[in-house]
Structures are given as structure tokens and as C-alpha cells.
Design a binder for this molecule. Structure first.
Ligand code: 3H9
Length: 648
């Protein structure tokens, strides 16, 4: 039985038990209707508590039922029935009340939450909008502007924020269900407060229109955020009944849209990525103290991301000057978080207190995991790891953040090479969600399991990659860039290529990105590899020419574009340089349409993707999709290049 009614004096507790996340499946919906009717029919029951067993409150509708014909009772009917109950209903929320789960809680007459509970309407991330009243009830409870932001972003609210917004009445101080029963008893005899009957608080319509426009702009082609925001806005000008009917129609339309199918592929792919053959049931090693060697841009970001998620972090630099600069960099990241309102003073102080700084490697002796983020040079890394082998415990895990070096060669100098893993973070590491978890040749299964578990604890997405030049992401990105550079030489200009890919949904085209990241790093690599390059392979000299002219991107005020006025602008000198390069190569330039540009890029990506699949570097096509989406700005709502090409 997934739903039971348990009587305790005057209170009936409706308990949902549908592991793993109490999704509102058909059985749960049916059970809820029956339990509710039973409680309402029982004269001894005077108040009702809605609670869940296991690790979480209802985490949403059952996504596995999407794409199947809807089966009554539908979730909106269940929420309406809860709201209509003549006896007070209190939702007792622990874990995550998401989507349909949050909507069930909104149907209740009061809400109590455990201190670590979270609330959210993540439907937009699945390409849909809330379909069980969320867009109509939430604005009645907290006002249109706040509800618009929550429904359109899909972000989660902490219990503390939920209290502040008056989404929940109370935080439990003792046992959640006991406290919920107490609240339920207090409500006996009082008129029930139905969210749907509340008036939508007055709001500034012009400001809300502007908010909507900003949401649609930010969505860059993804339909659901704007649709969710519009439905919330609609609550301000229509009745609950009409609003619910319109919401349902929009939900039905979106659930069968291409974008939703693509985003559901991404949802399933993320869960799949954690399932790695060879480590099923393998226990990860415990990790509490983490060492980060090197506090440059990457190391500082990595250190912050560990401190943010409760690890103790030991930061080590080669001398006091570098250490102080690293410490300043980390403080600066936190200052910016504070200024932008992402964290408060207390959280900043707490997180900073988790970090300690040393200019000697022996400070790493107690670490469970040490990650290096030093200069990407083989000798530098080998010297470091050889010395670390003698400092850390034999069971401590060693990780390299190298982008291009061979981690198996690095592992060669380590005592116990089965504990050396690649953890390839993306910059800025405290923001970017992707971590490539690199499976070195001799890697122990529990070290691989630990790599994935650590990525998850950091709130990041770990994708397993085999060893090859550039791993999954940079190898595919190289193929992507190669295709773009060929088009540059054949007749397109940087602004044409950037505009075409931005039109496809990338936040920034490759040349604008390159200008931001700096052109000098890849130039140095090309120079290093020049001697071994196959002379019969097509080679485009444009990037080298730009570097030779001192154009390293934004940091020098010019790269593929010029930034003299602060804004990105097309530079006729770059156009001339590109045209000269084409002439030199004997190529007659021609024009490229946006669709041809996109097609060429996607064909290049998919061809390289097929190769790394065939080589066994990546486990499945969907892992490539995740890497491109989370590391390189590929629009999630298109599902990923391999999904588009039908490659599993
Ligand atoms: C919605 O509610 C629409 C309504 O507005 C309208 C309806 C009319 N359904 O992520 P995990 C499975 S849309 C079915 O690894 P965690 C998941 O596949 C929904 N199954 O755990 C996995 O299975 P397996 C809005 C689900 O602890 C297992 O649970 N809700 C669902 O890292 C564990 O998942 C959302 O979008 C589901 N809804 O994180 C919430 N959710 O082991 C989506 C999960 O076989 N869920 N599963 O691979 C989440 O965000 C996370 O799963 C959660 C737990 C935070 C809950």
C-alpha cells in the first residue's frame, strides 16, 4: 500500500510511502483520494496530516508516467480534493517538496517543515509548467513577483526562505509528524484557510511585465520559463477555476512538446550517468578533509566549492606570496557572493572557517583526498605527486585536475597508482556543474565510486571519462572549434559563426568565448605540438596570426573582436587578417547561412562523439550530451547533440 491512514485520536495521518522519492504515481493519487475520503467520513478524525515516509516528501509527479495517457484521478483533482476538505489538512514536509509535491502542500490548509526541507517548482527544467495548481496557488500565497521568479527559475527554496515568504507556517522543532499533529489539533474548530480562496495580493503590473520579458530573454529559446511566468501572471487577472483550466491546457500542450521530450532525456541521462558498470554496490571511501594544491583561478574555485558543501579544505601553495594571493582570490569569490546576495555574512564566515592555508605540502598529511590544480605541465605534476605519495596516508585519494596531460603517466610516479583519479573541473569551478571523473588505467573501483560521490556531494554532475587527449569535453570541443575554423577560412566571419550558434541557443559563440578565456593558452599548446603535427592535415593559421599580433582576447582589449570601447565590436583588422589567410591558403571565400554553420558544427561534434563512443572513452551517447550541456553551453532544451542525432 503506497498510502495509508493512521489514526491518532482526533488526527488522521495520511502517510505516503512510495520509494525512492514518493513520486505522485497513479497508485499514490488513488490512495490519497481514498484515504482523504476515509478521513473525512470518520467522525473521530477532526484534522488531517499529510506526511511521507522515507527520505523525502513527494518529489513531484511520476515522470515515468509522462508520455502515457493520463489516468484518473489526476493530480490537480487530488490537490483540489485536499483543499476542499472540510477538516483542516496540514502538510508535514521533509526532504524535497518539488513540483506536484509542492502543489500537494499548497492544497493543504497549513504547512510545517523540517529545518532542512526544500521547496520548488522544477517543472520548467523538464520543459513543462506546474500542472496541479502551482502557478495559481503560489501567487495567492506569496504574491505574483515572487511566485513568477520561483516558477520560472525552478530553483529550490530553503525552509528558512519558505518561512520568510509565508509558504510554511512553522518549522518543526521536534519530530516533524508529532509537531504537525500539534498544529493540526490547534486548527480544529477554526475556519480552514484555503490557498485557492485567497485574493492575489496587488502587484505592479508594469514591473511584472518587465520581469516576464527578462525571464523570456534569459531562457534563450527555452519555452517553459516564459510559459510558467505567464501563467503565474494570469492568476492576477482571472478566477482560480479559469486559471487552473488554462494551466492544465498549457501543461498538456508542453508535456508532448519536443523541448520537454529533450529535457526529459537530459533528466534521465543525469541519473544514468551515475550508473557505471563495475562499481555497482561499491562503497565510496569516506572523504572529510580535502587538500587543494595550487590556489590559482582553478584551485581557488575548487577550494570554494568544497568549503561551500561542508568539507574541511587545506589549501597549499608553493610559497607565502602565492598562498596570500590564493587566499585573497578565495576571499574575493566569497565577497562577490555576499554582494550579489547569494550568501549572507554568517554563511560566508562559516565557509571561510573551513579553509586553512599552508605553504608546505606536509600540511596535507591528514587529507582523505588531495586535488592538484597546479600549472598543466607534466614534470611539475609528476614531481608534486611523487612527493605527495610520501606525505599522505596510503589510502588517501590523489586527484589531478589536468585538462590535457595523460593521467596514466602521472599515476606512474605514485605509490599505489590505483588511487590516482582525474577530477577535471570546469572554470569557474565553484559555479560550473560539470566534473569529468577520469578513469585511469589502474583505478580502484572504490576510488572511482568516491570520485562520483564527491562530485554529487559538491552538487555537481560527475561524468565518467576514459583517458584520451582532452577527455570527453575538450576533445569534442576541439572538433567543434576545428569545424568553425575551417568555416572561418572558407568564408564565414567570427561574428557570423557566433551569431549562428547563439541563435541555436548557446549563451555565447565560440569566438566570443575564446576572447573571454584568452587565446594564449591554446596558442602555447599548438606551439608545443607543432613538431608532431601531421603536415598533411588541414591547419588554419588564423588563431596563430591573431596571437602573433598580440591579440589574446579581452585581457588585451582585442582578440577575434575588439573591446576598446568596453563593448564587443567587430574589428575590420580581423576581417582583413582572415581574408588574407584564406587567400594565402588558395581558398575562394563564400558565404555561409546560419543553418549551414550550425549543421557543420553539429556534424563535427557527432562524428567525434561517435569516435569516442567506439573507443570506449565514454559509456553512452547521453554522457556526451551532459558534458556539452553542462560544460560548454549547449542548450539543454535541445537534449544534446547525440540525442539530436539519435545516437545512444
Ligand atoms: C511535476 O511534478 C508535474 C506536476 O506539476 C503536474 C502533474 C500533473 N518521478 O535524483 P536521484 C527517481 S514534474 C519518478 O538519483 P537524489 C530517479 O529516476 C516533476 N522517478 O536522487 C531515480 O531512480 P533510479 C517535478 C523519480 O536523492 C531515483 O528516483 N519534480 C522522480 O539525488 C533517485 O533519484 C522534479 O522534477 C520523479 N519525479 O535526488 C523532481 N524523481 O534510482 C525530480 C526522481 O531508478 N527529482 N526519481 O535511477 C529530483 O530532483 C531528485 O530526484 C530529488 C532526489 C531531489 C528528488
Amino acid at each position: 500500500m503506497s498510502v495509508t491512514l493512521i489514526r491518532d485520536g482526533s488526527v488522521g495521518v495520511i502517510l505516503i510511502d512510495n520509494p525512492p522519492v514518493n513520486a505522485a504515481s497513479h497508485a499514490v493519487r488513488t490512495g490519497l483520494m481514498e484515504a482523504l475520503a476515509e478521513a473525512n467520513d470518520d467522525p473521530d478524525v477532526q484534522a488531517i496530516v499529510l506526511a511521507c515516509a522515507g527520505r523525502t516528501f513527494v518529489a513531484g509527479a511520476d515522470v515515468k508516467e509522462f508520455g502515457q495517457p493520463p489516468r484518473a484521478p489526476l493530480l490537480p483533482e487530488v490537490v483540489n480534493a485536499i483543499e476542499a476538505s472540510p477538516k483542516p489538512v496540514v502538510a508535514a514536509v521533509h526532504g524535497t517538496a518539488l513540483g506536484g509535491g509542492f502543489e500537494l502542500a499548497l492544497g493543504a490548509h497549513a504547512r510545517i517543515a523540517s529545518a532542512d526541507a526544500q521547496f520548488g517548482l522544477p517543472e520548467v527544467k523538464l520543459g513543462i509548467i506546474p500542472g496541479a495548481g502551482g502557478t495559481q496557488r503560489l501567487p495567492r500565497l506569496i504574491g505574483v513577483p515572487a511566485a513568477m521568479e520561483i516558477a520560472a527559475s525552478g530553483r529550490r527554496l530553503s525552509a528558512a526562505e519558505a518561512v520568510k515568504l509565508a509558504v510554511v507556517e512553522r518549522i518543526a522543532t521536534g519530530d516533524l509528524v508529532d509537531d504537525a499533529k500539534t498544529l493540526a489539533r490547534e486548527l480544529i474548530g477554526q475556519p480552514v484557510r484555503r490557498t485557492g480562496e485567497l485574493a492575489v495580493p496587488a502587484f505592479d503590473v508594469d514591473a511584472a511585465d518587465k520581469q516576464l520579458a527578462a525571464i523570456e530573454k534569459k531562457a534563450r529559446g527555452q519555452v517553459s520559463p516564459g510559459r510558467a511566468a505567464r501563467m503565474v501572471l494570469r492568476a492576477g487577472s482571472t478566477s482560480l477555476q479559469e486559471g487552473l483550466a488554462e494551466e492544465r491546457a498549457a501543461f498538456r500542450e508542453l508535456v508532448s512538446s519536443e523541448q520537454s521530450v529533450a529535457l526529459r532525456h537530459v533528466f534521465a541521462a543525469e541519473r544514468q550517468a551515475a550508473k557505471v558498470p563495475g562499481i555497482e554496490g561499491v562503497e565510496p571511501r569516506p572523504v572529510r578533509i580535502v587538500g587543494v594544491v595550487g590556489a590559482g583561478l582553478m584551485g581557488a574555485g575548487i577550494a570554494v566549492s568544497f568549503a561551500d558543501t561542508g568539507f574541511s579544505v587545506v589549501v597549499v601553495e608553493r610559497d607565502m606570496a602565492a598562498l596570500e594571493a590564493g587566499q585573497a582570490r578565495i576571499r574575493d569569490i566569497y565577497q562577490r557572493m555576499l554582494k550579489s546576495g547569494r550568501i549572507g555574512e554568517a554563511a560566508m564566515t562559516e565557509r571561510l572557517s573551513r579553509l586553512s592555508y599552508f605553504d608546505e605540502r606536509k600540511a596535507l598529511a591528514a587529507c582523505d583526498l588531495v586535488i592538484e590544480a597546479v600549472f598543466d605541465d607534466l614534470q611539475v605534476k609528476q614531481e608534486l605527486f611523487a612527493s605527495l605519495s610520501g606525505i599522505v596516508r596510503p589510502d588517501a585519494i590523489l586527484a589531478t585536475n589536468t585538462s590535457y596531460l595523460d593521467p596514466d603517466v602521472i599515476a606512474g610516479v605514485v605509490t599505489g597508482p590505483e588511487r590516482l583519479i582525474g577530477l577535471h573541473f570546469f572554470s569557474p569551478a565553484n559555479v560550473m556543474r560539470l566534473v569529468e571523473v577520469v578513469r585511469t588505467a589502474k583505478l580502484a573501483p572504490d576510488v572511482l565510486a568516491t570520485g562520483l560521490a564527491v562530485a554529487k556531494k559538491l552538487g555537481k554532475l560527475g561524468v565518467v571519462s576514459g583517458v584520451c587527449e582532452g577527455f570527453i569535453g575538450n576533445r569534442i570541443f576541439t572538433a567543434y572549434r576545428r569545424e568553425c575554423d575551417f568555416m572561418l577560412e572558407d568564408g564565414a566571419l567570427p561574428q557570423d559563426i557566433d551569431a549562428a550558434l547563439e541563435g541555436y541557443g548557446f549563451p555565447m559563440g565560440p569566438y566570443a568565448v575564446n576572447d573571454m578565456a584568452g587565446l594564449d593558452i591554446s596558442w602555447a599548446r599548438r606551439k608545443r605540438n607543432a613538431a608532431t603535427r601531421d603536415p598533411s592535415e588541414r591547419y588554419v593559421v588564423i588563431a596563430d596570426r591573431l596571437c602573433e599580433a598580440g591579440r589574446f582576447g579581452r585581457k588585451t582589449g582585442k582578440g577575434y573582436y575588439t573591446y576598446e570601447s568596453g563593448e564587443k565590436a567587430v574589428d575590420p583588422k580581423v576581417t582583413a587578417l582572415i581574408e588574407a589567410a584564406s587567400r594565402e591558403a588558395g581558398i575562394e571565400r563564400r558565404s555561409f547561412s546560419a543553418s549551414e554553420i550550425v549543421e557543420r558544427v553539429m556534424t563535427g561534434i557527432v562524428a567525434e562523439g561517435r569516435k569516442i563512443l567506439a573507443e570506449g572513452i565514454v559509456l553512452r551517447g547521453s554522457d556526451i550530451d551532459l558534458v556539452l550541456i553542462n560544460g560548454y553551453g549547449y542548450p539543454a532544451w535541445r537534449g544534446g547533440p547525440m540525442f539530436q542525432a539519435g545516437v545512444e
